[in-house]
Design a protein around this ligand. Structure first.
Ligand code: ATP
Ligand code: MG
Length: 496
């Protein structure tokens, strides 16, 4: 056995993150690690990577007991990790990041030229066309993810761990990554792969290990387990309905726009959203759907003939403050940079953007804020050790729920949710779907911007499909099928 982790236990104040979890990895295998948010996946990986020390338990590499006292220790033993929270040096270039700690040349005489050339090679393997001398701070999340992947494959690791590498990259890039993973496997490298997308598990993994609430539920060969059984192992119960849908669309229009243009990004579009409706916007990466969403929220420069929200015409839309005032809320996709202050606790995060509610004068009413936060934690089923836990220490999915909870406290007229289920587990996804139904039923118009086709077919009443900055068509209820969406989304339908 290449790697054995035996009876690993790790506790944090108030949480048993791992309770005697054993995990093993064979030579030449891709081993998926799955489980709900907060199950302990990243913690197990951080122990393997020398970031955390386990309270008890042992690690063996090729049968030899090892102990990692630092990330460097783990690296020296041939373990490369792509963490869920990307760990790039923002102020360095792509090439410098890829070769950080393994630079060419002597420390006083670095061979930059060679680093740039070599970086190009790895980036090209990933189909990522970019100058390796670009600063990492200039990249968006998916591009940073690709740099992390390039960095891991360029190290001479025997074991590569990928903690949710596909959460932020597109379907197309995911397929490229899978090809590379297969090549790495051929070359004798073993991969631990964490994902919440079960389709991916079946596409790429040889074995799968399931954790739940810090405990090992089991390890299976992929051929031995159906997806229903796998979901059951993950959530501990049978899931009957993946897409609960019980919203009632009303006749009244809550938002109507005519010839709405996001200058430089999206050509004029006209559409309306009704009270109680779940209106989808979808298309491939780069189609302009996020830009349209941000435009409707006043982030980008826009032009329009008509913009009516709850019967009130809007004359201009120049800032998110104006959008908020008009009753539009946007829940952003990149929770780490746009949604949360990681170093603050849950109460502070929920209070911060809602000072109008909690601080009518200059003093923040912490008691009220704490009470409300407790209610939000309960309503949104957020897994925390207490309302004062730092957001940094929550699992990814629970961070996402805090983002939703804090934005939706505003009681908007129109809620724009951008990729609201990114990185969250099956169980939590269903909860978010219910929440979307409840939002709609409270009379809000919900705009769901997503690249997940099942979410569109399962939840939306109508959907706008975009391609290259243009609206291709709006599909009505009976027309929403994966085929129609893909056809329009790849530009195969004439724009009428
Ligand atoms: N540094 C920390 N301090 C306190 N608690 C922590 C810390 N890191 C993790 N936890 C807690 O340990 C548990 C396991 O978290 P972990 O991040 O391993 O989950 P995960 O399976 O990776 O979830 P996700 O799918 O959401 O990423 C959670 O309850 C989390 O809140
Ligand atoms: Mg995690």
């Amino acid at each position: 056995m290449l790697l054995e982790m035996k009876e690993i236990t790790k506790t944090f104040p108030g949480v048993v993150a791992l309770d005697k979890v054993s995990f093993n990895l064979k030579e030449n295998e891709i081993h998926a690690l799955v489980g709900e948010n907060g199950a302990g996946k990243s913690t197990l990986i951080k122990i393997l990577g020398g970031i955390y020390k386990p309270d008890s338990g042992e690690i063996f590499l090729n049968g030899k007991k090892v102990e990692f006292n630092s990330p460097l220790d783990a690296k020296r033993h041939g373990i490369a990790i792509i963490h869920q929270e990307l760990m790039l040096a923002e102020n360095l270039s792509i090439a410098e990041n890829i070769f950080l700690g393994k630079e060419f040349g002597s420390p006083l005489n670095l061979n930059f030229h060679k680093m740039v050339e070599e970086s190009k090679k790895y980036l090209q393997m990933l189909g990522f066309e970019i100058d390796p001398q670009t600063k990492v701070s200039k990249l968006n999340v998916s591009e940073k993810q690709l740099v992390e992947i390039a960095k891991a494959i360029s190290s001479n690791a025997k074991i590569i761990v990928m903690d949710e590498p596909t959460a932020t990259i597109s379907e197309h890039e995911t397929q490229i990554l899978f090809e590379i993973m297969k090549e790495l496997k051929e070359k004798g490298i073993s991969i631990i792969f964490i994902t919440h997308k079960l389709g991916e598990v079946y596409q790429i993994a040889d074995r799968v290990t399931v954790l739940r609430d810090g405990k090992l539920i089991g390890t299976k060969n992929i051929e031995e387990i159906s997806s229903e059984e796998l979901v059951k192992m993950m959530v501990g119960r049978e899931i009957k309905e993946m897409f609960p849908k019980y919203n009632k669309v009303q006749d009244e229009i809550i938002l109507e726009v005519e010839d709405f243009e996001v200058i430089g990004y999206v050509a004029p579009v006209s559409f309306n959203v009704k009270k109680g409706e779940i209106f989808g916007i979808t298309g491939l990466v780069g189609c302009g759907k996020s830009e349209l969403a941000l435009g409707l929220y006043g982030v980008y420069r826009t032009k329009f003939k008509k913009f009516i929200i709850d019967k009130q015409p809007l004359l201009e839309l120049k800032s998110p403050q104006q959008a908020l005032k008009a009753g539009i809320v946007l829940v952003p996709e990149d929770r780490k940079s746009q949604g949360l202050v990681l170093l603050l606790d849950v109460v502070q995060n929920i209070t911060l953007p809602n000072c109008d509610i909690f601080a009518p004068s200059l003093n923040i009413k912490w008691k009220k804020a704490t009470e409300t936060t407790k209610k939000q934690i309960k309503d949104y089923n957020i897994k925390v050790s207490g309302e004062h836990q730092k957001v940094k220490n929550l699992s990814g999915g629970n961070q996402q729920k805090v983002v939703l909870a804090k934005f939706l406290l505003k009681k908007p007229k129109v809620a724009i949710l951008v990729e609201p289920t990114r990185g969250i587990d099956v169980g939590a996804k269903i909860e978010v779907y219910k929440l979307i139904n409840n939002l709609a039923n409270s009379g809000i118009g919900v705009i769901l911007v997503t690249s997940e086709i099942p979410e569109i077919t399962g939840l939306c009443d109508r959907v706008m499909v975009m391609h290259r900055g243009k609206m291709i068509e709006i599909l009505e209820k009976g027309e929403i099928t994966p085929e129609r969406i893909l056809k329009a989304g790849t530009g195969l339908v004439e724009n009428v």
